[in-house]
Design a protein. Structure first.
Length: 399
């Protein structure tokens, strides 16, 4: 049911012929019978020129959230340089966690350096690349940007479909054999290019409040479900493309997904309500997520500042020594080797190794490989702060 005063179009439905792609001998007769006959896929209405009318209370909370987002962006952007990288990684981790992809901060840091032994961490790093691509836009919000974000997300573990619109039917819920009984069946894949062109035209409008605009665009994207995999993470990265392009967050990535994590049920229910013609719940969900996300992020950044201040009191090195640069680097890259430091700071591996020594002596960095060659160091306090942020984001809000 639409909100009072709303005229947002709900999805329609059309009948499709189902041709199983899994050999029938691999599933039971019961499952084969369940998926016999036609199914219905969604018809996604065009919204490029649709008027968005929201209840005044929803507009008010979205406006309040936008003000808080802008304030946080300004605060964070004027502080230490590593904060941008820290927030982007934290948002990528939270967005992945909504898809049940979890990993510790250390494993993610190792995956960023090329480790491939933990699949979840590798996929989360793919999401970091997707988020970075999403905010590195040149002002053009179009299909090419969406495809580039998806390519960055999927290149590491599904290169065949990375950056490609889907060429088959997908569905949400149910079983893997077919769409019958699914919670939602997105439009037929032949409809995807036109639906995405319409969505990007909607996104390029300039007559809608930014946060509401991003929330509705995200819900429309998830309804189209244009990819065979990675839709949720790509769609949440698209939120940040919109916030950046429309200059609500010119400096940092506000970890909105970390806020959505606290009430995933409401987030998914809001997407369902949107498909029924009510955009108000998804706007409300995103606004409320922003408040809890910013509170969590402020705590993280405060902890990082405190840790760095404590380091300054314990590092025994000359004021211009490279060790201080390594300390700052450890905030952004909390696991590294001498080669990484040399590359990031423009020095030699041998000089980088010498710069590590004062930090290791102070207990700021610890070597964890136990090797004499190819040694690696970690900043445990930073890794713990990142894990604590993730734990707070994962706590469910009580009813």
């Amino acid at each position: 049911m639409n909100s009072p005063g709303s005229s947002w179009p709900p999805v329609g439905w059309e009948e499709q012929t189902w041709t199983p792609t899994v050999p029938p001998e691999l599933v039971s007769r019961r499952i084969r019978e369940r998926h016999r006959g036609p199914y219905r896929s969604a018809i996604v209405p065009a919204i490029a020129a649709q008027s968005l009318r929201l209840p005044s209370a929803v507009l008010a909370v979205a406006d309040e959230a936008s003000t808080e987002i802008a304030r946080f962006d300004a605060e964070s952007g004027s502080r230490l340089a590593p904060f941008g990288a820290i927030l982007l990684r934290s948002e990528s981790t939270s967005s992945s966690r909504i898809e049940n992809l979890t990993s510790g901060a250390k494993a993610i840091a190792l995956a960023e350096l090329g480790a491939t032994d933990q699949r979840n961490a590798v996929e989360i790093v793919g999401n970091v690349h997707a988020m970075q691509t999403a905010i590195d836009l040149d002002g053009v919000l179009d299909e090419d940007l969406v495809l580039a974000v998806h390519a960055a997300l999927m290149a590491g573990h599904d290169p065949e479909t990375a950056g490609q619109w889907r060429t088959q039917q997908v569905w949400i819920g149910g079983d893997n054999y077919g769409p019958h009984g699914a919670a939602f069946v997105p439009p037929h894949h032949h409809e995807v290019p036109a639906a995405m062109a319409d969505l990007m035209e909607f996104i390029r409008r300039d007559d809608i409040p930014v946060l509401a605009h991003a929330a509705v665009a995200h819900a429309q994207f998830e309804t189209i479900h244009p990819f065979s995999d990675g839709n949720g993470r790509t769609g949440r990265a698209l939120i940040h493309s919109i916030l950046r392009a429309k200059e609500l967050t010119p400096n940092v990535t506000v970890p909105i997904a970390a806020g959505l994590l606290t009430d995933i049920d409401s987030y998914f229910a809001a997407l369902t309500a949107y498909r029924a013609g009510d955009p108000a719940p998804i706007v409300t969900a995103m606004a409320e997520a922003s408040f809890s996300a910013i509170a969590n992020a402020r705590q993280l950044l405060s902890e990082i500042v405190d840790i760095r201040s404590e380091w300054a009191e314990t590092i025994m090195a000359r004021p211009q020594a490279t060790a201080w640069q390594v300390a700052d680097l450890a905030l952004r890259i909390p696991v590294f080797d001498a080669v990484t430091i040399a590359r990031e700071l423009g020095t030699t591996p041998s000089n980088a190794a010498r710069a590590i020594a004062p930090l290791a002596e102070a207990g700021i960095l610890t070597e964890f490989t136990g090797k004499r060659r190819n040694r690696m160091w970690q900043a445990r306090e930073i890794l713990q702060a990142l894990d604590d942020f993730a734990a707070r984001a994962g706590r469910r809000r009580l009813g």
